[in-house]
Write a protein that binds this ligand. Structure first.
Ligand code: ZN
Length: 210
């Protein structure tokens, strides 16, 4: 008999794919509106946030893998691949923002458009709500949930930034807030990759394994 089956329930609770697909659809809608707002309002931050939301879709794809398959090599490689891709996206956002910040030539965006970051927050909070249940038993969902909630800090940065642009017209706020997104996303992905490196495929295992 599989020793795991003695300690843990033989069938980890099933997460309906609809839960993850609903979160993905809402996230994609928020990203699409942010892209339009970025073009109209001239905000680099909104582009960066939209790309950040698209990176979430990769994470959602990994979450669709059934818990029972997490010990298999293909799933392990898929998770590593997605995190590496997220790290590359983060680096792209960070480099673009840093260059923009250094050049200092971009006009400050229309601050009202930065309020569209609230859509990203809405998508993240909806996702967090949808993942609350599976997060009880699945480490991967718990990690995703913690990420979605922490993203709220970036929305606060955007709102404070919009206010600063409105009051002072500072040009650096928009690229600086974009840089914050790149750094947050990069640190998150690299931390998970290091965890995988340290403890092996167990890194993705059920919460009950810890
Ligand atoms: Zn995020």
């Amino acid at each position: 008999m599989n020793p795991d089956a003695v300690e843990h329930p033989p069938h980890p609770p099933h997460v309906p794919p609809r839960t993850v697909l609903t979160a993905a659809a809402i996230t994609l809608c928020a990203a699409a509106v942010e892209v339009v707002g970025s073009v109209r309002g001239g905000s680099l931050f909104l582009s960066a946030d939209a790309l950040h939301l698209v990176a979430h879709l990769g994470i959602f794809a990994v979450l669709l893998i059934p818990a029972a398959r997490w010990h298999e090599r293909g799933e392990d490689l898929a998770a590593i691949g997605v995190l590496a891709l997220v790290a590359v996206i983060a680096a792209g956002i960070g480099v673009t923002a840093a260059e923009d910040l250094a050049a200092g030539t971009r006009e400050a965006p229309h601050p009202a458009f930065m309020l569209l970051a609230l859509l990203g927050l809405g998508a993240n909070l909806t996702t967090a709500y949808l993942f609350a249940d599976p997060a009880q038993t699945r480490w991967s969902f718990r990690a995703a949930l913690a990420h979605e909630l922490s993203d709220g800090a970036l929305t606060v940065v955007a709102l404070v930034g919009a206010l600063a642009i409105e009051l002072f017209g500072w040009r650096w706020v928009d690229p600086a807030a974009s840089l914050a997104i790149g750094m947050w996303l990069g640190v998150w992905a690299v931390r998970l990759l290091l965890r995988r490196l340290r403890i092996g495929p167990r890194a993705w295992a059920d919460a009950s394994h810890h």
